[in-house]
Structure formats: structure tokens, C-alpha cells
Write a protein that binds this ligand. Structure first.
Ligand SMILES: Nc1ncnc2c1ncn2[C@@H]1O[C@H](COP(=O)(O)OP(=O)(O)O)[C@@H](O)[C@H]1O
Ligand SMILES: [Mg+2]
Length: 260
């Protein structure tokens, strides 16, 4: 069974003035394996967020089928934890620990288990000694890690991440990428990570799905990144993959510009 499957999925948003708009994605087919780190990569506006939103269950497809562990997606669920770009949805009046425990508390998890889970997750995201701090006392990277811990507290079997590090400075971003790979290998969830940054995809992914330029975008290619972790950005195999993908993306963008 796959973690998620898109079968010939189409999403057309309603056009302005009720006129039909071309679909954002069309004939979009992709299977994501259990526990893999999958990066969806493509030029801006090609429909990456659309694909994630459909799997998250926030929107319904206009055609095709989306399965999560073999079951059709009917709506959002804690089994698919979502983190958006620059997500700043931590409650400012709650400590990092209490933010992490929001989900477990809503589900009335026994108190001793709650504390255990909070401590385990704080350690997992490298913030063992910061649980008592409020969001305003945490840096951007730390807040992002608490955000991840908060989603993981619901024990999702998939993490859906939409350009989560795009708003961070380059150094924090590189740090968070390493951190995320470490967290992922500890948590053993499937990750669908969206980015338009080729290097980010290559540092993170087991496999990279390359999307065509929109409209009516679909997967153009899926490439395996069989390189040991942590990855060295200057590794010749990584650099050669980088060039290969940049070439394809340039072709896609040029193709779109050539459209009438
Ligand atoms: N809620 C929406 N309503 C109408 N059009 C949308 C909506 N969301 C996205 N789109 C359009 O769908 C296309 C794909 O957008 P998106 O999925 O956000 O791309 P990406 O995440 O790759 O940048 C774009 O043309 C965008 O304008
Ligand atoms: Mg997007």
C-alpha cells in the first residue's frame, strides 16, 4: 500500500466572472511510498500547493482520485499534518510545551502520557531545554521546530510541508533542512515536502517529483536521489543531478513563456 496516491487528478478553480478557467493541475498521477521523503519540485505557480491542499483534504479535486493509505481523502484529518510556509500559528499565550500539547489535550490524552510526549518531541526537535519559553522568546528556526513538534504530537502518518523554510535566512534554512531529515528519521513518518528550490529538494529527498509548468500541470519526471545523508551540497553526484533538474525546469519555464 502507498502512503498516498493521486490518480489522474484534476483541479480547476472557478474562473472569474463564472468563466471556466484552465485547470491548475490535470492528469496528475503520483504514488508516494510509506515512510519516504518525497519532494515535489516545480516552477512557481505550477500547482504544487494545489496538489498538497487536495491531499490535505482542504479542497476537493474536480476529477480523479486521491487515496491516503488506500482510502479516498474526504477532508482534513490529524493523520495528515500540514505545515505551511512561514506558518506562524503558535498560540502566543502558550509555552512551547503547551503549544505542542494542544492536539493531545483536545483528544484528552492522559496527563502523564502528555508530559512524556512533550518531552520526547522537545528532545526530537532539539529544544529539550526550551519547553517553558513563549513563542516571542524563540527564534524563527526554533518556532518552526515547535511547529513541527506540534504537528508530530498528533502522530500523523504523513507530514505535508509547503515551502516551510522559505521565509528563513539561508543559514537557518540549511540548519532546518538537516534538522528535518534527523526528525524524519526519528519519527518514521512519510513526508511530502514542497519546494521550488532544487538544492533543497536534493538535500532532503529520497525521490523528487518534477512538475511541468502550469496550467494543467502534472508530474513530468520522478528522480531517485540515492545519496547518503547528511548530504554534501558539493558532492559531484548531487551537483550533476542539480544541473540536470535545472535544465528541465528552464525548459519548462521557457515552454510556458512561448505559449501565446
Ligand atoms: N484558491 C484559488 N483560486 C483560484 N485560483 C487558484 C487558487 N489557488 C491557486 N490558484 C491558481 O492555481 C495555479 C497553481 O497555484 P499553486 O498551486 O499555488 O502553485 P504553486 O504552489 O506551485 O506556486 C495558479 O495559477 C494559481 O493562480
Ligand atoms: Mg505554493
Amino acid at each position: 500500500m502507498h502512503a498516498a496516491e493521486f490518480g489522474r487528478v484534476e483541479k480547476a478553480y472557478p474562473g472569474r466572472d463564472g468563466r471556466p478557467a484552465p485547470p491548475a493541475i490535470a492528469d496528475f498521477t503520483l504514488a508516494i511510498r510509506e515512510q519516504e521523503f518525497f519532494c515535489l519540485l516545480g516552477p512557481s505557480g505550477c500547482g504544487k500547493t494545489t496538489a498538497l491542499t487536495l491531499l490535505a483534504g482542504f479542497e476537493a479535486p474536480t476529477a480523479g482520485e486521491i487515496l491516503h493509505r488506500g482510502t479516498p481523502v474526504q477532508g482534513p484529518g490529524a493523520d495528515r499534518g500540514v505545515i505551511f510556509q512561514g506558518d506562524d500559528s503558535l498560540m502566543p499565550w502558550l509555552t512551547a510545551r503547551d503549544n505542542i500539547l494542544l492536539g493531545p489535550r483536545i483528544r484528552r490524552m492522559p496527563r502523564d502520557l502528555q508530559q512524556e510526549r512533550a518531552e520526547r518531541l522537545l528532545a526530537l526537535v532539539g529544544l529539550k531545554d526550551h519547553g517553558h519559553k513563549y513563542p516571542r522568546e524563540l527564534s524563527g528556526g526554533m518556532k518552526q521546530r515547535i511547529q513541527i513538534a506540534r504537528v508530530l504530537a498528533n502522530e500523523p502518518d504523513m507530514l505535508l510541508m509547503d515551502e516551510p523554510f522559505a521565509a528563513l535566512d539561508a543559514q537557518t534554512r540549511a540548519q532546518m533542512q538537516e534538522e528535518l531529515v534527523r526528525i524524519w528519521s526519528g519519527a518514521r513518518t512519510t513526508v511530502l515536502f514542497i519546494t521550488h528550490d532544487v538544492q533543497e529538494a536534493l538535500v532532503l529527498a529520497d525521490r523528487v517529483g518534477l512538475m511541468r509548468a502550469g496550467p494543467a500541470s502534472a508530474i513530468r519526471d520522478v528522480l531517485a536521489v540515492d545519496l547518503p545523508r547528511p548530504r554534501d551540497r558539493t558532492d559531484p553526484s548531487l551537483v550533476s543531478l542539480y544541473r540536470h533538474i535545472q535544465g528541465i525546469l528552464a525548459e519548462e519555464v521557457a515552454g510556458r513563456e512561448a505559449l501565446p
